[in-house]
Design a protein. Structure first.
Ligand code: GLN
Length: 283
């Protein structure tokens, strides 16, 4: 008799050669196969999936062994406590990006003293993760979310609907800041910032290069964004960018050159690497 316990044990062994989170991967894939929650899976360990379900699960394990990310196989990912659809058209939201969301919420609270609704633009929104997390926690904010990929915007649109935020977030197609029709209070972005050759092979094989490739030193997009910030921000506006761990040495001089009156601070993620730059007093 093949039970959930057996299936998970067998799959975990097979996945442990390719994944540092083999057990979790196995649970997520089996829960997806059965259409169950992970909690139910863990509670019903003696349940016996049908031969058809076992075969379907094996097929998903096989995909994972070929290094396809679990989030693409199951079609969704949790970010900042919110369940989001993801597809190979969008980067998979990363836990370290939650730091950017937290810092952006803090900045919005500092601004909210003025009592007027604030406007925020998420540049290169992908699945919509950052914009949706901000809209969920900032009831007074109105958001714009831009992307250069129509396929990513389609995923983002479904995520707005999933969370009932269609009225609060406007999706805009286009390159970086150019789709914005007027200045906003805050600009947030997790732009492509990797050096593609240095990205993990499985990430490079499966996630969209448009969302990853930051050119020869990874900083190409900051060179385009930072000089134009002042034109797209209201007086007192601020900007937050996710950055690569080694990029502070490139970004600090860019800010000092193009935004000499601004103040900025770097924040480290849980792995103690530089991850977010917060820029204020841009105008
Ligand atoms: N954090 C992602 C990675 O290292 C990159 C995200 C990005 O380029 N914006 O794979």
């Amino acid at each position: 008799m093949v039970t959930i316990t057996h299936l998970l044990r067998h799959a975990t062994t097979r996945l442990s050669s390719v994944s540092p989170t083999a057990r979790l991967d196995a649970e997520l894939l089996l829960a997806h196969t059965l259409g169950w929650s992970r909690t139910l899976l863990i509670a019903e360990r003696t349940h016996q999936p049908t031969p058809g379900e076992q075969a379907a699960f094996e097929a998903l394990v096989e995909r994972r062994i070929n290094l396809e990310p679990v989030a693409y196989i199951v079609g969704h990912k949790e970010f900042y406590g919110l369940d989001l659809e993801v597809s190979p058209a969008t980067l998979i939201p990363r836990p370290e990006t939650e730091l950017l969301v937290e810092l952006a919420i803090q900045m919005a609270h500092r601004m909210a003293g003025s009592d007027r609704p604030i406007t925020i633009a998420d540049i290169g929104t992908g699945s919509g993760a950052i914009a949706i997390a901000l809209a969920s926690h900032l009831p007074n904010a109105h958001l714009y979310a831009t992307d250069l990929s129509p396929a990513a915007l389609a995923v983002a649109a479904r995520n707005l609907a999933r969370h009932g935020l269609e009225q609060r977030i406007e999706l805009l197609y286009g390159d970086l800041l150019s789709p914005l029709l007027g200045p906003v209070d805050m600009i947030v972005s997790n732009p492509p910032y990797t050096i593609l050759d240095e990205v993990d092979a499985d990430v490079r094989a499966h996630e969209p290069h448009l969302a990853l490739d930051g050119g020869t030193d990874g900083a190409m997009l900051y060179r385009r964004l930072i000089p134009s910030l002042h034109a797209y921000l209201r007086p007192g506006g601020g900007a937050l960018f996710e950055i690569g761990a080694w990029q502070a040495a490139i970004i600090a001089p860019l800010i000092q050159t193009h935004l000499p009156q601004a103040t900025f601070a770097l924040y480290r993620d849980l792995a103690d690497r530089d991850r977010v730059v917060v820029i204020e007093q841009i105008n």
